[in-house]
Design a protein around this ligand. Structure first.
Ligand code: DHB
Ligand code: FE
Length: 279
C-alpha cells in the first residue's frame, strides 16, 4: 500500500513567480520568504516523494465564474500552466499520476463527495509556484494529482467539509495499491484580502493560532468557523487556508512539525509555510 511521507502547506502569490524569474531570492524583501524553503529542500531530499497530491484553488484559469465546481480532481496524463495575466513565465508541464487520480475519484464518490473529474486541466500559480519553491530547477521529480477547491465564487465549501475531504483523500492514498511514496501539499492563505474596503487586511494573531492548531491535539480547530467568520478573521482570500486544513486532515491523527515559517508581507499576503510528517 502507498505510504504518505508528509505534507507541505504554503502560501501562493504570483509575485513569487516574478521574483524567481528575476533571481531576487536574496533581495532583502524576498530573503525571509525564500530562506524558509531551505529546510524544505533538505526534507524533500530525505522524504523522496514520488507523487504529490495537491489541494489548491484555481483563480480563473481553468474554471471561470460560468462553471465553478466546488471540488474537482484532475485525471489527466499531463497538466500545463498558461498565462494568467500576472506576467510570470510559464513553468514546464507536470506529469499526472492517473492511477491514483482515478483511485481518488472512485473513493471520493463512494464517500459521497460530488466531485468533478477533469481529464483536461490547466494549472495556475496556486499549483505551479509551490512546486517551483520546492524544486527550484523546475525538473519536477514527482507525478501529480491536482485537487481543486472553489474558494473564489460563493457559496464556498465549509471548513468542516474541506477537512472531511482531506480525511478521505488520506484514507484513499493509504489504501492505494502501490508502493509509491506520496506527499500531500496544500496551497493558499494565510490571511489576505486583495480588494474592497479591507484590501491589505492581515491577521497575524489568527494565522499563528491556526498554524499552532494544526499540530495541536485539536487540529480541526478552524472547522468551528463558518466561511463568513473565516472571511472576517482572515480576509476574502484568507479563506484559502481551507487547503491547509485538507492537507492536515489527510495526514491522519498525529503529526510531527518538521518546519514552519511565517513572514509578513509577501505582496498583500501573510506568507506561511509548514512541513508536517504523520506520526
Ligand atoms: C496574491 C495572493 C493570492 O493568493 C493570489 O492568488 C493572488 C495574489 C497577492 O497577495 O498578491
Ligand atoms: Fe490565491
Amino acid at each position: 500500500m502507498a505510504h504518505i511521507v508528509g505534507g507541505i502547506a504554503t502560501s501562493h502569490v504570483p509575485a513569487i513567480g516574478r521574483a524567481i524569474a528575476k533571481g531576487l531570492q536574496n533581495d532583502p524583501y524576498w530573503k525571509p520568504f525564500f530562506d524558509g524553503f531551505a529546510p524544505v529542500h533538505n526534507w524533500l531530499a530525505e522524504a523522496r516523494p514520488d507523487v504529490v497530491v495537491v489541494f489548491y484553488n484555481d483563480h480563473g484559469l481553468n474554471f471561470f465564474l460560468d462553471k465553478m465546481p466546488t471540488f474537482s480532481v484532475g485525471t489527466a496524463a499531463s497538466y500545463r500552466n498558461a498565462d494568467e495575466g500576472w506576467g510570470i513565465p510559464e513553468v514546464p508541464p507536470f506529469t499526472g499520476e492517473q492511477d491514483l487520480s482515478w483511485h481518488l475519484v472512485n473513493h471520493l464518490i463512494e464517500a459521497e463527495f460530488d466531485i468533478t473529474t477533469c481529464q483536461e486541466m490547466l494549472v495556475d500559480h496556486a499549483f505551479t509556484l509551490p512546486h517551483a519553491l520546492c524544486w527550484p530547477d523546475q525538473k519536477w521529480p514527482v507525478k501529480v494529482v491536482p485537487i481543486c477547491f472553489n474558494t473564489v465564487q460563493f457559496p464556498l465549501p465549509t471548513a468542516k467539509r474541506c477537512w472531511r475531504l482531506g480525511e478521505e483523500v488520506g484514507k484513499a492514498i493509504r489504501a492505494w495499491d502501490s508502493d509509491a511514496r506520496v506527499m500531500v501539499m496544500g496551497t493558499g492563505g494565510l490571511s489576505h484580502q486583495l480588494d474592497g474596503e479591507r484590501a491589505g487586511f492581515i491577521n497575524k494573531d489568527f494565522d499563528l493560532a491556526f498554524m499552532e492548531s494544526l499540530v495541536s491535539q485539536k487540529p480541526d480547530w478552524a472547522t468551528q468557523f463558518s466561511i463568513n467568520e473565516l472571511v472576517e478573521k482572515t480576509g476574502t482570500q484568507g479563506v484559502e487556508l481551507l487547503m491547509w486544513l485538507a492537507t492536515r486532515a489527510a495526514l491522519g491523527e498525529q503529526v510531527k512539525q518538521v518546519h514552519a515559517n511565517y513572514h509578513i508581507p509577501i505582496s498583500n499576503t501573510a506568507a506561511g509555510l509548514m512541513v508536517l510528517e504523520p506520526r
